[in-house]
Design a protein. Structure first.
Length: 405
């Protein structure tokens, strides 16, 4: 067994950080002093979702692993009588501890709820009762199940639900709640590749902006919002949370705070987006908010309460202007982000730069946003295929008469 100071000697933590960690360790051990094995549930309960405390507990967990046999569940908890609902709750706590975004955690919860309902309908209460036959029956149910609108589940939805279930059982095995993963032999449906039309063409984006009435205060605000979305590729959730202190008109940029994955990033403004935003902040916003009793530093608050705009409100505005511009494509707020990426690529911008501008860690994520049209593919073929340059001005003439007999 090594002392805490010996553990610190092998690290480069500052004395102040060491003192904080030592205090948390003493507090943690005082609450669980009657245990010889510290399990993950103890740590989850102690951190209670605090991000700062979670970081310290990761260090403490390393120290405890050096002095105790294993950070594991008690043996009685790893064998039987594990309620499915309780295990799903433990997964959600784990995701919160790992700093997953609230929206991602909610997605896990809703998708696993489908499996929970299936288990209730088939009188399955415990994890121990689930085997490959049960999972195959669930898979068959998804194939034949209809959602609230009366249509069958799309194959991609089936795939997502099954993949989420596999991650759930992977978690149970990794955390030693169960020894064998019942999903190990589960097969998945093949993903259907779709060509999305949720994107503006160059002409459509011009038509969309041209019909917005900027002589009207509400029209000017809409034009500012959509110019900003198209200029930066900012997500809808990031835009409605944008603060005045995060706008830098002098340097033509805005800073997105805690975007997807809790990451900050800088977005650059085009000349036209900067101009609209500048006029909006310096002139239009004050007039728009004059009857609001609540002070707010949101860039685009609601008019009466000064609270966050709802995504549904922005979606309704897109539908309105799209209808006036007679755009037939099923474009949404999301289309501005996709169009931002695709139009930059069409102008010859390196995809690595587009990746950085969109705030993606993986280029694969960026590729999912890119919409390549048949016209784009044809232009590439004509420009680069070596056989396109062979004929030049020569003509092809058929002079033979032999019919091959």
């Amino acid at each position: 067994m090594i002392s805490l100071q010996e553990f610190f000697n092998k690290t480069n933590y500052t004395p102040q950080r060491q003192a904080v960690i030592k205090k948390h360790l003493e507090d943690f051990q005082s609450k669980y002093s009657d245990k010889n094995i510290y399990n993950q549930s103890d740590i989850d309960s102690y951190t209670n979702g605090s991000k700062k405390l979670q970081e310290d507990m990761k260090i403490i967990e390393k120290y405890l692993r050096l002095n105790f046999k294993v950070i594991a569940r008690p043996e009685t908890e790893t064998r039987k009588n594990l309620p499915i609902d309780k295990m799903i709750d433990k997964l959600l706590i784990y995701l919160k501890r790992k700093n997953y975004a609230p929206r991602t955690i909610e997605s896990y919860k809703e998708e696993l709820k489908v499996f929970q309902n299936f288990c209730r309908e088939t009188n399955i209460e415990y994890i121990d009762d689930i085997d490959k036959n049960i999972l195959n029956a669930y898979k068959e149910r998804l194939y034949r199940k209809k959602h609230s609108r009366g249509a069958y589940y799309d194959v991609n939805i089936q795939l997502a639900l099954l993949q989420r279930l596999k991650l759930f059982f992977d978690f149970l095995v990794r955390e030693e709640y169960i020894k064998i993963n019942p999903c190990i032999h589960l097969t998945f449906p093949k993903e259907r590749k779709k060509i999305s039309r949720n994107i503006f063409t160059r002409n459509e984006i011009d038509d969309f902006f041209s019909v917005i009435d900027t002589e009207n205060i509400y029209g000017f605000i809409d034009r500012t919002i959509f110019e900003l979305m198209y200029a930066t590729g900012i997500r809808t959730g990031e835009l409605i949370n944008l603060r005045l202190k995060d706008t830098n008109l002098e340097d033509s940029l805005i800073t997105v705070r805690e975007g997807k994955g809790y990451k900050d990033r800088v977005c650059f403004l085009t000349i036209i987006a900067k101009r609209y935003l500048e006029i909006y902040i310096n002139q239009v916003r004050n007039d728009y908010m004059k009857n609001c009793k609540t002070k707010t530093d949101l860039v685009f608050p609601t008019q009466q309460s000064g609270k966050l705009l709802q995504k549904t409100q922005l979606s309704e505005r897109v539908r309105r202007w799209k209808y006036i511009a007679d755009i037939k494509a099923p474009v949404t707020c999301y289309a501005f982000r996709r169009s931002f990426a695709t139009h930059l690529l069409q102008e010859g911008v390196n995809i690595r730069y587009i990746q950085r501008l969109m705030g993606h860690e993986s280029i694969r994520t960026t590729l999912r946003y890119i919409h390549i049209t048949l016209k784009d593919l044809r232009q590439v073929l004509v420009k680069f295929h070596p056989r396109e340059k062979v004929l030049s001005d020569k003509k092809i003439v058929f002079r033979g008469t032999d019919n091959g007999d």
